[in-house]
Design a protein around this ligand. Structure first.
Ligand code: TXA
Ligand code: MG
Length: 333
């Protein structure tokens, strides 16, 4: 299906008024809408309607065995989705919702298998974004993957969604730049010991402080291995990759690498890096996370052939940044 993709701008800080009416009626007619969240933009449809969810996979070009996350606006909506909520999962919801944490639970019958990629489990999160919450309050739970086309970096601006999905979806709600910039952390409560399947906006340190020891899926630290594990279906796919070749610095020196690739685009926390190519200097790990996907896309649009990602510590949200960048990197120096 071809659409003339419309964009509606909504300022999170102002009154929303009737600006969501069109989105609501599109969702009710079983179609998809790209929505802002605090992590990345999502491509949303009615989570309980198989036809609507099918359209998400179609627009993204995503394999339908890769499950979607269901987004909710209040904990009451969980009753229709999850069979049982373990105590520690409840503690995490209390501590981090609304926020960048997806919790995997046993699904109820009403949740169609197309939403869960054929699984008995379901991922749920409450996004920390006024526009998304307001919409979900009116439509009910929305299934949404990141609103990029399959294989591309996740979109942190409405413009990124348009780049990938123009003509393939009827509507994009532009809520400005995503505040977190990397996707949610995913924790699986269908395991004996809760397991992190994907590091993201909420850090592992924050989670352990709340519920004690958890386990890490092997793809968390080793995303490059094409892990074909039924537990973390999303990790077997190539992700987050710009067209440019990505070089991640771990031990090497940025000066030496810039000698070899003088036109490269560089993202770094260091000040005073001089280069012929574009340099994005960020001041904190949080800003690094917020900017990294947008930087990848920007370099592609400038025709830059090599992207250098400078050292990032493997703690806090740094671990989540590294998980994404390692996956996109063709070289780690
Ligand atoms: O921050 C986010 O999580 C964003 C925003 C839009 O909420 N969404 C997002 O969705 O990143 P997506 O589909 O791009 O990534 C979701 C990941 C996939 O790798 C999928 O395999 C995994 O979550 N997932 C979802 N449900 C699952 C389940 N029941 N069991 C195991 N993995 C699951
Ligand atoms: Mg995605």
């Amino acid at each position: 299906m071809m659409y003339k993709t419309k964009i509606i701008k909504i300022n999170e800080k102002k009154e929303i008024g009737n600006l969501l009416d069109e989105a609501i009626s599109i969702i009710k007619s079983k179609q998809v809408v790209a929505i802002p969240t605090e992590t990345v933009y999502g491509l949303a449809a009615d989570a309980f309607d198989s036809k609507a969810v099918e359209r998400i996979y179609e627009a993204k070009g995503r394999p339908s065995d890769n499950p979607l996350i269901i987004h909710i606006s209040d904990s009451d909506q969980l009753k229709k989705i999850a069979k049982y909520i373990p105590k520690k999962a409840k503690s995490l919801m209390k501590a981090f919702w609304p926020g960048a944490l997806t919790i995997i639970l046993r699904k109820k019958k009403q949740v169609p298998f197309i939403t869960t990629g054929g699984r008995e489990s379901v991922g749920v999160r409450m996004p920390n974004h006024k526009v998304a919450l307001e919409l979900i309050k009116k439509t009910g739970p929305l299934a949404a993957p990141s609103a990029n086309s399959f294989g591309k970096p996740s979109p942190t601006l409405a413009l990124h969604v348009l780049e990938d999905l123009d003509g393939k979806i009827p509507l994009i709600i532009d809520g400005g730049k995503s505040n977190v910039g990397v996707e949610s952390t995913i924790i699986d409560f269908t395991q004996k010991i809760p397991m992190i399947l994907r590091p993201g906006g909420i850090t592992i340190e924050q989670i352990e402080k709340e519920i004690g020891t958890i386990s890490l899926h092997k793809s968390v630290l080793n995303p490059k291995k094409q892990i074909k594990d039924a537990l973390a279906p999303g990790m077997k796919y190539r992700h987050y990759s710009p067209k440019a070749k990505v070089i991640l610095i771990q031990k090497g020196s940025i000066k030496n690498i810039l000698k070899k690739y003088p036109d490269a685009g560089t993202i770094t926390m260091q000040k005073h890096i001089s280069s012929k190519g574009p340099v994005k200097q960020v001041d904190s790990l949080e800003d690094f996370a917020k900017e990294v996907f947008a930087f990848f896309r920007e370099m592609d649009s400038l025709g830059i052939k090599t992207i250098i990602v400078d050292k990032v510590p493997e703690t806090g949200i740094g671990l989540s940044i590294l998980n994404r960048v390692k996956k996109a990197a063709s070289k780690i120096i």
